[in-house]
Every structure is written in structure tokens, then in C-alpha cells.
Write a protein that binds this ligand. Sequence first.
Ligand SMILES: [Zn+2]
Length: 207
Amino acid sequence: MTPLALHVAARLHDADRVDVSDDVDRKGQFGRYENHQPDFARSQNMPDLVTENIVDVARREFALEPPATPDDQEAIPQSEYRDFWIGELETEPWDIYSISEAMAARFDINPGWAFKTARQHLNQLVLQARMRGYRQERLAGRRFRWAGPEADHPACQWIRDQIPEKGLPYHEVVELMQEAKRRFVENPPSSTHVVHDWCRHEMREVQ
Ligand SMILES: [Zn+2]
């Protein structure tokens, strides 16, 4: 193809979703990914298990690194990146294309880079949502407490104070753990299931 034909083909290709007056940088913005619409690309294709859990996952189990920015731009703070995902996933239907466009615009990053990042990160969040859904099904009706030795850290003392004798559902205890980390632990461990360094406490089912 001649350069002109290529140019026209690229424009036709993008015309249905991209404002063609945009700069040339956006041409073919999704590159070779555009023709592959993986299952995770759209909320309508997701099982309820995923859509019902994915926002909670973004809120409470978010562990994704924000995309790198060019040298002359400030790094994206993780909390801001998490809020971005929560906002996108709260509004159904969502899909990979609108999310990656929003990401590129919000953080002023290259659209191709945004798409690549969004694809990988959405995949990860979907996986976590699935896991969370499975756990919930398995754990439905069961109750847990924060077990172990006398609590020697304020975070663990606080968790214990929140849990009644009869225990709490698994996910409520996990939420308390995250809340305790935010409130009482400086540089908390990244694992969802560890509250503080050297912690000897654990969730145990109330029999
Ligand atoms: Zn502890």
C-alpha cells in the first residue's frame, strides 16, 4: 500500500471510535490488540460473580502499580490510580476501550501504553474478583475471629475490639484488617492477610 492508502485505511479503521481530528499519535491507538476482544473486555460479558465483586476488589485489594510516566511528568500516586479504577468500574457497562481512553486522558499518558496497562490490570482485577466471589460462596454463613496470642499491636487490638463473640463473616474480618493497617500501621505489609510485621494473629473460624 502507498503511504496515502495506509493513512486512509488507518482512518477508516479508527473512524467509529476515534475523533479523526485528533493528533496523529492516536492513529491505530489500540494497535494489534484492536481485533482481539478478550472476554474480560466488557462488563456485559462478565459473570455476575465478577461484576458483583470487582468494585470491592478495587477498593480493598488493590495492589496494582500505576503506569510509568514520561520523565518530565510526575509519577502517578497509587491512591489516585486506585480511585481511577474504582470510578471506572462503578459505572456499568464498562469496557476496556473506554477505560484505557479515560486512563490516557486522566494521566496524560500515551494511549497505546494506557491500553496495554489497562488490559493487563483489568485482567488482574477480574481474576481477583473471581477469587473473591468463589471465596464468598465457599465461606457463606461461616464466622471468624482474630485469633492468636494477646494482641501486642494496636492494629490487632483494634481488630479484636470490633469482632463480637460469635465472630464475623470472613470478608468483614478481611476489611477490618485493611482498615486497621490504614489506621495503625506505618508502611503496612502489602499482603492482604498480614496486618503488621511479626504479627502472630490469624483468622480462625468460630465453631
Ligand atoms: Zn498482630
